[in-house]
Every structure is written in structure tokens, then in C-alpha cells.
Design a protein around this ligand. Structure first.
Ligand SMILES: [Cu+2]
Length: 153
């Protein structure tokens, strides 16, 4: 009888730790399916550059629109969401308050379009470095992403 109880309590313990593991995995998976960030990179700056541009592919795997509202990075004076615009052959950039990624949709940040503008570089960076940038979304999700510094092919 005593042995059986011991067995039962062990079984119960396995059951609960299994349950806990399941919930942890479910939470993690849930976090991953909302917004996926692929190929985050920063263009290698020329030696005296003060500003850098960050690019990536945002994939919204959820069935609701998700809005990127902010990017944060240390080691810069300012980090802004930017858009490049070509108007009558003139290139200019302007800040954007938010960037909406439609449900089950994707948006590529690239040269001549959306980018993360990192201004007032306070340290030296070079190809092969990686730079942590936190992306803040309107659904409360914050993602710390490692941006690879490289020269585009
Ligand atoms: Cu810019």
C-alpha cells in the first residue's frame, strides 16, 4: 500500500512537471508565431559615418495586423524608423511613426524603403560585428534582435 502511494506520488509529480513543461513550450511557441524577424542586417558604414541603416524581413504569422512602433539600440544618440522616398528623382528620408504588417503578411525593409536609422554612432563598428536592436510592437511584444553588420552582395 505504501509502495503504491509512493508510486502514485511520483506519477503525479511527473504529470505536473510535464504539464508545466507543456505550458512553457506553448508560451514560447506562441511568442514565436506572432512576429518573425528574418535576415536582420546593417550596412557596413564607411570609416567616418555617423549614421547606420538596419534592414530585415518582418513576417506576421498571426491573423491580426501587428504594428512596429519603435526600435531601440544602445550606443547611438537616436534610433528612428525611417522611410526613403524618391520624389521626382530626389531622394529623401522621413521618419515614420508606425509600420503595419498585415495579418499573415510580410514586409521587407530594404535600401530605398523602410529602414531603421541609427544616428550618432558612439563606437566603431565593422563587418562581422553584430548589433542588438530591440523592436517594439503594438501588441506589447518586444524582440531583441541581433543585426549582422555586413556589406551587401
Ligand atoms: Cu534614414
Amino acid at each position: 500500500m505504501r509502495l503504491k502511494n509512493k508510486f502514485q506520488s511520483r506519477l503525479l509529480r511527473y504529470y505536473f512537471s510535464g504539464l508545466l513543461l507543456f505550458f512553457l513550450l506553448a508560451c514560447g511557441a506562441n511568442n514565436a508565431v506572432t512576429m518573425e524577424i528574418q535576415d536582420p542586417w546593417i550596412r557596413t558604414p564607411p570609416p567616418s559615418a555617423q549614421a547606420l541603416a538596419g534592414f530585415m524581413l518582418l513576417k506576421n504569422n498571426s491573423d491580426k495586423p501587428i504594428t512596429l512602433i519603435q526600435a531601440k539600440a544602445e550606443g547611438f544618440q537616436k534610433v528612428i524608423l525611417h522611410q526613403s522616398i524618391n520624389e521626382k528623382g530626389m531622394h529623401r528620408m522621413e521618419p515614420v511613426e508606425n509600420i503595419i504588417i498585415p495579418p499573415k503578411g510580410e514586409l521587407r525593409f530594404h535600401h530605398g524603403s523602410y529602414h531603421i536609422m541609427l544616428m550618432g554612432l558612439q563606437k566603431k563598428i565593422q563587418s562581422g560585428d553584430s548589433l542588438p536592436i530591440t523592436l517594439v510592437f503594438d501588441n506589447g511584444q518586444e524582440k531583441l534582435v541581433s543585426f549582422m553588420v555586413k556589406t551587401p552582395d
